[in-house]
Design a protein around this ligand. Sequence first.
Ligand code: ADP
Ligand code: ZN
Length: 706
Amino acid sequence: MNHNPQSILKTTFGYNNFRPLQEDIIDRTLEGKDSFVLMPTGGGKSMCFQIPALIFEGITIVVSPLISLMKDQVQALRGNGIKADFFNSSISLEEENEVIDRAMKGEIQLLYLSPEKLISVSSTWLKKLNIKLVAIDEAHCVSMWGHDFRPEYTQLKVFRNSLPEVPFMALTATADKSARKDIEEQLGLRNSKLFISSFDRENLSIEVKGMVPKKKKLSEISRFVEQKRGESGIVYCLSRKNTEEVAAYLNEEGYSVEFYHAGMNPEERERVQTEFINDDTKIIVATIAFGMGIDKSNVRWVIHYNLPKNLEGYYQEIGRAGRDGLPSETLLYYNMRDFVLYSQFAEDGANSAMQKEKLSRMLQFAEAKSCRRKILLSYFGEHLAENCGNCDVCENPPKDFDGTILAQKSLSGIARMGEKEGITILINVLRGSNNAEVHEKKYFQLKTYGVGKDVSFFDWRDYIVQLANQGLIEIMYAEGSALKITRMGWKVLKGEKKVKLTYPVTAEEKEKRKKKPKVVRMVDDGEVNQDLFSELKKLRYSISREENVPAYIIFSDKSLKQMAVDLPVTENQFLAISGVGMNKMEQFGEEFMEVIKKFKDVAKPVKIPTTLETFNCYKEGLSPQEIAEKRNLQITTIYSHLSQLYSEGKEVELEKFVEPKTVDKVRVAFNETGREIALKPIYEKLNEEVSYGEIRLSIALILKNE
Ligand code: ADP
Ligand code: ZN
């Protein structure tokens, strides 16, 4: 047996490098010590116990409350040639006996058990096994403080104490400081070391939209998914009714969609979930209950149709996107109604004060005007040094202005209506709308009536929410959301204090930013051959049907994309693909390489586009001159390639190859010759002093930067 974690990572799982902390955790476990692993969903927790499990000679017990996840993990492990089994209430008596038999014979490396099963067998056959490691997944379930408390978990301490020499590992994605202590105690961990990895999921973009009316929200969502056709995503809703409505809407628009909620029977839920995992259904509209038990790595987007109850839940839900590390989008819609509704729920529930506090933190996040990722991470105790560049605020930093007059107008409106009206009527009064309510209450007689005509309804709404966030206005949820003026608000009204407001971001601006390329790392999508990628996906799908496992268990999207870039056709090349270990190479290598070979043959006459070859040389750090020599081409040709790449948006620093002065000269000549992209007239116009290559470079720069 191989005893080197690094080489197991490569040969068994097909990965080249450990993620932060994985190696330390593995080393500590191999020394026989306890660990507490706190990593975000998708952070790579499982690897921390899976590799030791392969090194230890004996069995590793994995406790998990999520039955469907168990099956997935076991399938994934088997896909990599690892002997894994699970034991829970979903298997028949006969299967149970088979598993026990295999375990007793020492034929299982990892055995997944639900806590209740573990407890029921811990003093029978389980005792006889050569247990070398115990991993407790979703460890927060042991804490009564948490939101997923499971009573069976509290009995795990007895199990821990019965195996004093065995290292235990607790793993979770959610636990604040006080919960951590509680978990360690409840599980009886010994001298455990805490490993916290960054909770930042850089590949997830974050966007929040407030106060979007329902109709608009639906049509926006439809447009959003249209752009992502064929990719998997989840829409989270607050109520069952909502899930059905939204699913019906999207279904009518022609998308592959199903709803999912706790009111459906278990078989139906199982079916919907399986179809999603297998890529047969692309979109799931669900209440928060969905996703707990699934490990689908290629979820490309998550939309929240309503405001989540707290940031923990929100982060966990958006975390279901992009587990494979590829760029994925998340979008949160919220409105005040969600907030009010939840506040009322919280009022009646247990831990009312804490729930309300969490809810208001959630709202603050949604209404924030600074980097959202910073706010989110700081909530989890992590501090980003810089703004993330991948959230809507970073992409569209708000501009502020002196909003004192606007603030005074709204505050005065509130005062004149006796601090007993809500936001909508206030805006109607400010804007001078003559609707029934304004009329009936004779608000048209107020001095503030119509003083804010020039500001749109939605902008007013944005400003008033900002005023509330700044503590000038209080929204009295218990009094029909009436607006009241705070002490600070009165100061502003009396002119003793100034107010800064920020301009609302217009839909147009948001659209504009969409076109900008996002921070894409790892595989550059532009280089992925989409035809080949979809061929590979088809092959993966047919194999997954034959083998009756989810498609991503065969290969992740990320692996397929890399194949469609690197075009591996030998075993060694194939093994170099991330996610391809020996077992997958042996099982599927030939079939996939066959498709790639065929593709290469067809594509041969074209070969790799010559510009792309130049780009590859450029990325290796060669200068244009060196590229020309290496490729045996004219320097002008290389400049022309680089210009083309630059125009296509590739990262090429053209500015390096041509002087600004030259660009200016070319600009004049280019304009004078009628802006035609013909080099000769410009060359002549400039007295043959500027080379063709430089002209080409200059034109690319001119066109791209106008
Ligand atoms: P978690 O249990 O923390 O939610 P997983 O263990 O399911 O996360 O890991 C998420 C994904 O990351 C899986 O597809 C896993 O194979 C992959 N992964 C884990 N470790 C590495 C690594 N070192 N390099 C590349 N991918 C990894
Ligand atoms: Zn940001």
